[in-house]
Design a protein around this ligand. Structure first.
Ligand code: BGP
Length: 463
């Protein structure tokens, strides 16, 4: 088999504005949903009172320290950095007639800094946040008005950054809206399926309109969707388990089907009927949806199993999506099951299904790190995790899957999305900060920093 990755394969890391930038009220930024979730993406919405503070208010202060961080990414050899634009820096309330110039200027500086080192930006338009103003005024994605606000925001940033950013993504892990409605579509957590799927429909239309706008505005622009790629296996060969697995995988593949094919898959007709869901889908919506993405991107951390065994289904499973654990796999401290081969499997499944280029835009191991007396951080567990996954990516490429690149999650430590804390770390670069917000924010290279540097330098031959 081939030992090297393709010459033009993009190597880098991925972060999200709200998990690194901090500066939550700087230069005219408005309140976003993530500013109101002190417990993370599954947490309650909490109105902020004067004097309240949260771990993300400063995060790792990337807003001010990005030159130092990008220099470190360049030292590792990054050719791509995935980040997101905070919508509230551009339209603080979400529906202003004019964008906030200070917010646009910040991203100009950021992309210019990346260009100095030939690091391409891969930019997510909406990563788990939206202007709170749009929720107060219109009810978030429950309203069609939000589609127009989002498209205006997308057109604004395409226009402004069209010569600096060629790769775009619409909504981060769009399928997560089913599990965390406030984070995903700005609806109350207890919303019923009818409301959530209607809001998702609005978001899918907005995503398609952003694809159209990107193609019109950005010369040679490419835009993809972004899925949480949590592949499910049947727990047993019982045909009932196998069928149920097919159905449950469709819960998330549905998003990819619409964004890639431009229309709702037929299995959803039955799903909506059996769940008493009637969607308002206009003729214009159907036309608007017909804007397939150029490539498919996804996050990959784990797989899970499906069972029809009632008793097993009653058990508490302790991982993020409440998936049945696979008896053949080990788990991280947070119950995320480690499955490198599953990444090759998923890449093949997606490529067989869509025949479009794929981009792995998140993958990594959240772990507690120990700083030794001499200041070093020997994160061999992280190296092992990433090494095993990249070997499987190389296998998939050898299978003929077209993979554009790999941006592992959190190349620098950042605030965890699900836990809103610091001790779950992903980085090659350690940031001195704890769960209470104490620490100097000093950056330190971990052992994995040098490992990744070598992987990139050798195009994967060192794996
Ligand atoms: C993905 C999100 C990221 C990120 C990552 C790791 O679902 O897109 O924002 O944080 O998961 O999750 P966590 O931070 O909860 O460990």
């Amino acid at each position: 088999m081939t030992q090297r990755f393709p010459q033009d394969f993009l190597w880098g890391g991925a972060v999200a504005a709200n998990q690194v930038e901090g500066a939550w009220q700087t230069d005219g930024k408005g309140q976003s949903t993530s500013d109101l979730q002190p417990q993370g993406i599954f947490g309650e919405r909490v109105e902020r009172q004067a004097g309240d503070s949260g771990i993300k208010d400063v995060a790792i202060d990337f807003y001010h320290r990005y030159p130092e961080d990008i220099k470190l990414f360049a030292e590792m050899g990054f050719t791509v950095l995935r980040t997101s634009i905070a919508w509230t820096r551009i339209f603080p309330e979400g529906d202003e007639s004019q964008p906030n110039e200070a917010g646009l200027a910040y991203y100009d500086r950021l992309f210019d800094e990346m260009a100095k080192y030939n690091i391409q930006p891969l930019v997510t338009l909406s990563h788990y946040e939206m202007p709170y103003g749009l929720i107060k005024k219109y009810g978030g994605w429950g309203s069609r008005t939000t589609i127009a606000c989002f498209v205006k925001y997308a057109e604004t940033v395409f226009e402004r950054f069209k010569h600096k950013v060629k790769h775009w993504l619409t909504f981060n892990e769009i399928n997560m809206s089913l599990h965390a409605p406030f984070t995903g579509v700005g609806l109350p957590e207890e919303s019923n399926k009818q409301a959530v799927y209607q809001a998702i429909h609005h978001q899918l239309v907005a995503s398609a309109l952003a694809v159209k706008a990107c193609h019109q505005i950005v010369p040679e622009g490419k835009i993809g969707n972004m899925l949480l790629g949590a592949m499910l296996y049947p727990l047993t060969p019982n045909p009932a388990d196998v069928m149920e697995t097919l159905q449950q995988n469709r819960d998330w593949l549905f998003f990819g089907d619409v964004q890639t094919r431009g229309y709702y898959p037929s299995y959803m007709t039955r799903f909506f009927r059996e769940n008493g869901i009637t969607l308002d889908i206009t003729e214009q919506d159907k036309i608007d949806l017909r804007q397939p993405v150029d490539f498919i991107s996804f996050s990959y951390y784990m797989t899970g199993c499906v069972t029809t065994d009632e008793e097993l289904n009653q058990k508490e499973r302790g991982n993020i999506l409440n998936m049945v654990p696979n008896p053949h796999l080990a788990s991280s401290e947070w119950g995320w099951q480690i499955d490198p081969e599953g990444l090759r499997y998923l890449l093949n499944v997606l490529y067989d299904r869509y025949q479009k280029p794929l981009f792995i835009v998140e993958n990594g191991l959240g772990a507690r790190d120990t700083v030794e007396a001499d200041g070093s951080i020997n994160d061999d567990y992280r190296i092992a995790y990433l090494n095993d996954h990249l070997v499987q990516v190389r296998e998939a490429i050898d299978d003929g899957v077209e993979v554009l690149g790999y941006t592992c999650w959190g190349p620098i430590d950042l605030v965890s999305a699900s836990k809103a804390e610091f001790s779950k770390r992903y980085g090659f670069i350690y940031v001195d900060r704890d769960d209470q917000g104490n620490g100097t924010l000093t950056r330190t290279r971990k052992k994995s920093f040098f490992w990744y540097q070598d992987v990139i330098k050798t195009h994967g031959e060192s794996l």
